[in-house]
Design a binder for this molecule. Structure first.
Ligand SMILES: Nc1ncnc2c1ncn2[C@@H]1O[C@H](COP(=O)(O)OP(=O)(O)OP(=O)(O)O)[C@@H](O)[C@H]1O
Ligand SMILES: C[C@@](O)(CCO)CC(=O)[O-]
Length: 662
């Protein structure tokens, strides 16, 4: 392994990476280059000049064997679930190398890799599509890759200029320089000529104009990230107490636009448009010294399982002027921003809009913290844009990094979350999740055979706060430890039984399997009622659906209001469709909203740069356009994963799984 984990930690913690290479970073870069030179066959074809060397990593996946989950072994004490990709990657603790940029001299083209990890494929609208995971090559291997479509990170213009004559980048710099000089004459013209790098001669005025340009030019292009909502099918609340839960990504999503400001603007703005929160901080006045002090410093590779009260305290002066009932989202942003950044972090405006109802049990908070985590990692160069050339293992590693820090954000919003919401919002699809020991990574098993289920999702529009409901269950458990313990065990058994059905490739939603799943839904809801987390409006949904006989209903998420879903019976008799329409009508009359959403789609995605349109007529998506989009439909039409699709010029997803072969 050419670069040690320690080196990389140093590289990372010397976070003034933008434009200024630290000694450790330079060392790491040169080690990567040496390694790369040694690996690359001389016959490699030349690459586009903007190819970047994005990373090298030692890949090591520990495999935890499959274990059958049956009702008999389903209790938390005895059941043993197979750890899947996220959990597995988490357990390796292997170092990942920050993407290092390298101007290519003919070797940087992405090489043919033995196996693709993440193919472009249609996204969420493929309702409950079946997938399986390719067997990964076993053992611990070292590989190197390049990602041609990687974010063009940390490339100040001046670097382009100084690299030598004749490159397209230099041409464009010169043109831009002249344009700027014509429009804004910031320097005197009679400057003495002096030798430039590469033996060339440059005038001082040109040097100064470049430095002026450097200040005016944003450090990075604008980009977007997106993450889905989730539905917990079985096991909410119990999952906070170490039991298993089954959850799936939902096709409603949050979108975060990151607009970079000129370098001489040293501010960072968080604009949460849905909740009318718009706050700007002066970057250099933030408590960096405290967050970056040796005792407090946490880096991208760290798994943080609890918040540091002193760090939270240090943030208070910077949050106290934000008066907003949803202000915990700002705490989450600032905490992660300060942990992952430095006082040299790029100046930017983070604008968020979401199509997920807030505080409705659909994981709106996790969706936004996943977006924030992904954006901050991308900004600091700690992620490679997903591409078909990215190894499955590296995808898992990057997803783990996003997920770990989204969890930190979730802790800021929820207090004591299990992490199931951010895990689903990060990885997408459907998972079985269990976190027995909070000091360790959770066990996560991706459900490869998650079936297409006929679901109806209903929002009661009754607001509530997850943190309060989780605290209420803790309270009940403290006063009735034995009874509550048994109820939590019962929920765990329900989840284990459902797991056998949902992860079974022979599952067919049109036979007795569906009835069994439905009954488990109803039992789980009953247990949640006993735990005190239902609400009269949720009971009303259940009553209406039960009365019509069209399916089985359960609250989802924290309860106390928010959403319920019904697993619908197959439409078999002539009157069945009419009954369903009648139910929807009644719910609407009572002020509730039903959603047509699909489960099992993609997790976190990135649109880099933020552009839309056909390749020949692509235009930038500005934050103004994003803010002006009309409602959820407008947001979806402008930036939506469905509207723009996925692929190199559209949304990219870190996918750990491949479509099932025909
Ligand atoms: N669109 C949004 N814009 C800004 N902040 C948001 C947004 N959505 C969620 N949040 C943040 O998340 C908090 C709501 O989180 P909460 O856990 O109560 O609901 P949820 O995540 O939708 O539900 P559950 O955890 O049951 O799935 C809000 O207080 C706010 O801080
Ligand atoms: C209620 C809960 O189980 C689910 C919230 O979506 C809380 C958690 O898992 O953190």
């Amino acid at each position: 392994m050419p670069v040690s984990h320690e080196d990389l930690k140093m590289v990372d913690s010397a976070a003034d990476l933008l434009g200024v290479a630290s000694p450790s970073r330079k060392r790491a870069e040169s080690e990567v280059s040496r390694y790369y030179d040694a690996q690359e066959p001389a016959s490699s074809s030349s690459s586009p000049s903007n190819d970047l060397l994005d990373g090298v990593q030692s890949l090591s996946l520990s495999h935890i064997p499959d274990t059958d989950i049956s009702p008999s072994n389903g209790s938390s004490e005895t059941s043993s679930y197979r750890s899947g990709a996220v959990g597995t990657a988490a357990s390796t603790g292997a170092a990942a190398v920050p993407p290092l940029q390298r101007r290519d001299s003919g070797r940087g083209r992405a090489r043919e890799l033995p196996r693709k990890s993440s193919l472009s494929m249609p996204t969420a609208p493929l309702t409950f599509q079946h997938h399986h995971r390719k067997n990964s090559s076993s053992g611990s291997i070292s590989r190197i890759y390049t990602a041609a479509a990687a974010p063009n990170i940390r490339q100040p213009l001046s670097h382009e200029y100084l690299r030598g004559s004749g490159s397209p980048a230099q041409e464009s710099t010169s043109v831009a320089s002249e344009t700027l000089q014509n429009s804004t004459p910031p320097f005197t013209s009679n400057e003495a000529a002096r030798p430039g790098l590469n033996g060339r001669t440059r005038s001082l005025s040109r040097t100064r104009s470049l430095s002026y340009m450097k200040r005016m030019e944003p450090e990075l292009p604008d980009f977007m990230v997106s993450a889905p909502a989730k539905v917990i099918m079985y096991g909410e609340h119990a999952v906070v107490h170490g039991k298993a839960a089954i959850a799936a990504a939902l096709s409603l999503r949050s979108y975060l636009h990151v607009h970079h400001l000129p370098r001489d603007n040293r501010t960072v703005t968080l604009h949460l448009a849905d909740i009318d929160l718009n706050h700007t901080w002066d970057i250099e006045s933030l408590p960096w010294d405290f967050f970056n002090s040796p005792a407090k410093k946490r880096i991208h590779f760290d798994t943080v399982t609890s918040l540091d009260p002193e760090l939270l305290e240090a943030l208070q002066p910077f949050l106290s002027s934000i008066v907003n009932k949803y202000h915990s989202a700002a705490t989450a942003f600032l905490y992660v921003y300060l942990c992952l950044g430095s006082k040299h972090s790029p100046a930017a405006v983070f604008t968020l809009r979401s199509t997920i109802p807030i505080g409705a049990g659909l994981g709106s908070s996790a969706s936004i913290t996943v977006c924030l985590s992904a954006a901050l990692h991308l900004q600091s160069g700690m992620l490679v844009r997903p591409s078909a050339k990215l190894f499955e293992e590296e995808c898992a590693r990057q997803l783990k990094r996003i997920n770990d820090w989204a969890f930190v954000g979730e802790m800021c919003i929820h207090g004591n979350p299990s992490g199931v919401d951010n895990t689903v919002a990060t990885g997408g699809k459907a998972v079985l999740f269990r976190r027995g020991d909070y000091s360790k990574p959770p066990e996560v098993k991706r459900l490869e055979h998650f079936p297409e289920l006929p679901l109806m999702l209903v929002n009661t529009n009754q607001p509530r706060r997850t943190a309060e409901l989780v605290a209420a269950v803790h309270g009940l458990r403290n006063s009735h430890p034995t009874t509550c313990g048994l109820m939590l065990d019962a929920i765990d058994n329900v989840t284990a039984e459902a797991m056998m059905l949902l992860d079974n490739k022979h599952f067919r939603p049109d036979d007795s399997h569906l009835t069994r799943l439905g009954e488990l839904v109803r039992i789980n809801h009953g247990l949640l009622v006993s735990l005190g987390v239902s609400h009269p409006k949720l009971e009303r949904v259940r009553q209406i659906v039960d009365g019509s006989g069209i399916g089985w209903t359960k609250l989802t998420g924290a309860g106390g209001g928010g959403c319920a879903f019904s697993v619908l019976k197959p439409i078999q008799m002539p009157g069945d469709e009419a009954k369903k329409l009648k139910v929807e009508e009644t719910l609407k009359e009572e002020g509730m909203v039903t959603y047509e959403a699909t489960l099992g789609g993609d997790g976190v995605g990135v649109l880099w740069p933020a552009m839309h349109g056909k390749p020949e007529e692509r235009v930038s998506i500005t934050k103004e356009m994003f803010l002006a989009a009309d409602g959820d439909d407008g947001v979806e039409a402008l930036v939506g994963v469905k509207a723009l699709g996925s692929g190199r010029l559209a949304w990219g997803f870190w996918r750990e799984w491949l479509p099932e072969e025909a």
